[in-house]
Design a protein around this ligand. Structure first.
Ligand code: IVH
Length: 674
């Protein structure tokens, strides 16, 4: 073959490899499919057949050489028997003291020290593996915590995961949970294809073909359980010990520690040696050691009250501010963001850093063109720490914060906070509804997000794209998409469109609390949405709130205050919002709740007055909720029971008597609960 011809073929081949690598990068690093699955497979095949035909072709990024190729998005979904939670973050002593204080208050403890199981927080991908009668049965990724992807065959390729456990004391039916990760030395071999070890672990775990997964030596460290029949352990540390005897790998750095000061000391020491470990860790996890305390503490929204992740301190670097953009968020908040010259901070290329708000810019006098110190810690958004004034250009000018919304031009406002008696640091676009373009886009992104409708294949980037193509203006437009048009778009094909259609159809069935949360009403997060849905009962009542409900109704819900009510009033006073709800209910089937509605206190409301003995209010409330009861904060005919502790408010007791509300002592109440 002529040299020129050989060169031409090689070039052709390398271009194909380059194209494929680009798709892989998008897929793994940004979770974007910019080519449809069929075309992707064709490209892969073409490369392989070129190699077969011309034996001189060879490249380390070829699909014949390496794994890291795009998996199918089509894993079967599987429900977790027990939800997989995430962890709250702590960064310093103050955070830890607050974390502990809340625990002491909740448990009504005066104790000064409490014991923790301290474990390294491995930066990988968590998985839940079900064993029945000692046999590994299935394995599921975390997903949204309620359901994940069934990746059993891929997990079975991991040597650290026992497939059969003979130990007599191994529970008959248990989900073992832990972290899948890749060691740094193994990551080095494939680092061209992934941004970091975590992405590499995630990518290889989600290969369509388990043989591809097997090519990377993934590791597994176990640290907890989900469902468990007859759990015989009293402490997390006992469970960790048992895990090791059953044949699971556990971290050699697990420890028990009591008291915040000791936690801080250990963290300081450990942070120094974190880089000696053969894999990435991004902090330490502290878990209350005793299971019965964990159980009493329960969880808030997505994370347990009994555990926190103490992150390692941030890594930093220096860069120059190219421009300052002001972004408009879902609730209208204007957030200044510094676009900086890209800089590598701890293995991640950073080109944006938040400046928080106007006050922060003024305080630090941050200007375009300034040289600044940027910090990033774990998954937290990088931020500007300080300005190097010595390097400031003479001609630089103070940054003037816009007084009009950069998206819709409405004059922005600073709200007065009645509690702090101060004006808010944040400027907001006051537009309600969907009139402001940026707010509308952010609302739709929220609507489809993981904790809301959770639509696979419809990420933030796709929403932006569909918005610019005028496919979307309101949340309900998601149910009216023209799939034929989408199929013709660049990066879409039959398969990805049918997946999208499937995911959208699946999302139509939703619980009321999630539905309320998905509307993105300011101050109505997951917890408040749950409270409202418990009290308002069904979607009809919710849709008709503005006409048939007095907003004071909400005041009666313990946990909902003035701030939330003001926000709800503003939301319901907007005609577009009402129309959105009406339209959505046409397409969606909104059922009562994800909560347990069959507990023994079903349909019963409670109120407390006076101090309770040996139990905090928070725990008492949580017990009622666990048994499907409701808590209200004022005495009315709707109240079923008034529980009186020490020194009750006489006015409340008298009113309850007048209205014929049943009065319980604390003892009677706890008997009711058994
Ligand atoms: S416990 C409710 N223990 O951190 C407790 N998680 O943000 C949640 N992780 O999804 C899990 N090391 O992927 C726990 N020793 C450890 C962990 C750990 C890493 C990860 C896990 C989880 C995430 C929580």
């Amino acid at each position: 073959m002529l040299k020129a011809e050989k060169k031409k073929i090689t070039q052709f081949y390398l271009n194909k490899i380059k194209e494929l690598t680009k798709y892989n990068k998008y897929y793994f690093d940004e979770n974007l499919s910019i080519i449809d699955d069929k075309k992707y497979d064709e490209l892969k095949k073409e490369i392989l057949s070129l190699e077969k035909k011309y034996l001189f072709l060879n490249n380390k990024n070829s699909p014949s050489k390496s794994i890291g190729f795009r998996p199918s998005k089509n894993f079967v979904k599987a429900k977790h028997r027990v939800r997989m939670l995430s962890l709250s973050n702590s960064f310093d002593k103050k955070d830890l003291e607050n974390f502990e204080k809340k625990i002491f208050n909740f448990l009504h403890l005066d104790k000064k020290e409490i014991e923790y199981s301290v474990e390294p927080k491995i930066d990988g991908i968590s998985a839940s593996i079900t064993y029945k009668k000692g046999q590994m049965e299935s394995g599921v990724s975390r997903g949204d915590g309620f359901q994940g992807e069934l990746i059993s065959d891929n997990l079975k390729t991991i040597k650290d995961i026992p497939k059969k456990i003979e130990a007599k004391d191994f529970p008959k039916d248990i989900d073992i949970r832990g972290e899948i990760f890749i060691e740094n030395k193994d990551f080095q071999k494939i680092k061209d294809k992934f941004a970091n070890p975590r992405n590499a672990a995630s990518g290889s775990l989600r290969q369509k073909d388990p043989k591809e997964t097997a090519k990377i030596p993934l590791k597994f460290i176990a640290y907890t359980f989900g469902y468990c029949e007859n759990l015989k352990f009293e402490k997390q540390t006992d469970f960790l010990k048992a895990l090791a005897t059953w044949g699971f790998k556990t971290s050699q750095f697990n420890k028990t520690i009591s008291g915040v000061d000791q936690l801080i000391n250990h963290h300081r020491e450990f942070e120094k040696k974190r880089f000696e470990l053969s894999y990435d860790i991004d902090g330490l996890v502290y878990k209350i050691n005793e299971f019965n305390l964990q159980k009493r503490l329960g969880n808030v929204a997505n994370s347990p009250r009994w555990a926190t992740a103490h992150k390692f301190s941030a890594e930093s670097s220096f860069s120059e501010i190219i421009s300052i953009d002001v972004q408009v968020g879902r609730t209208g908040a204007l957030t200044p963001v510094a676009k900086i010259k890209p800089v590598n901070i701890g293995g991640v290329v950073v080109s944006n850093a938040t400046l928080h708000n106007e006050d922060e810019i003024n305080r630090k006098d941050i200007r375009v063109g300034d040289f600044v110190k940027i910090e990033r810690a774990g998954d937290v958004i990088p931020h500007v720490i300080s300005v190097d004034l010595n390097k400031r250009h003479k001609s630089s000018e103070k940054f003037v914060f816009p007084d009009k919304c950069p998206s819709c031009g409405t004059s922005v406002v600073k709200e007065f906070n009645n509690q702090t008696k101060k004006y808010d640091a944040v400027r907001r676009c006051p537009t309600e509804g969907y009139e402001c373009e940026k707010i509308a886009i952010e609302k739709i992104k929220h609507f489809i997000s993981k904790d809301a409708l959770n639509i696979d294949g419809l990420g933030k980037k796709v929403v932006e794209n569909f918005w610019s193509l005028k496919f979307l203006r309101f949340p309900q437009d998601i149910f009216k998409l023209d799939y034929e048009k989408i199929e013709k778009l660049d990066g879409w094909g039959k398969l990805s469109v049918s997946n999208l259609k499937y995911a959208i159809n699946n999302s139509k069935k939703i619980n009321l609390d999630k539905f309320i949360f998905s509307l993105g009403i300011r101050h109505i997060g997951q917890e408040n949405a749950k409270l409202i849905s418990q009290n308002i009962k069904n979607i009809n009542n919710f849709s008709n709130i503005s006409s048939s409900y007095n907003f004071d109704f909400f005041l009666n819900i313990d946990g909902i205050g003035e701030t939330q009510i003001k926000s709800l009033k503003k939301f319901f006073s907007n005609k577009t919002n009402l129309k959105v709800i009406k339209e959505l209910t046409k397409y969606m089937s909104i059922s009562k709740n994800s909560l347990n509605y069959s507990g023994k206190l079903k349909n019963k409301t409670f109120m407390f007055t006076g101090k309770l003995k040996d139990i905090s209010r928070a725990e008492a409330k949580s017990l009622i909720e666990q048994n499907s009861g409701g808590i209200v904060s004022s005495v009315s005919k709707k109240l079923n029971y008034l529980v009186i502790g020490e020194k009750p408010t006489n006015r409340k007791v008298d009113l309850a008597k007048q209205l014929g509300v049943k009065i319980l002592t604390q003892k009677e109440w706890s008997d009711l609960l058994n």
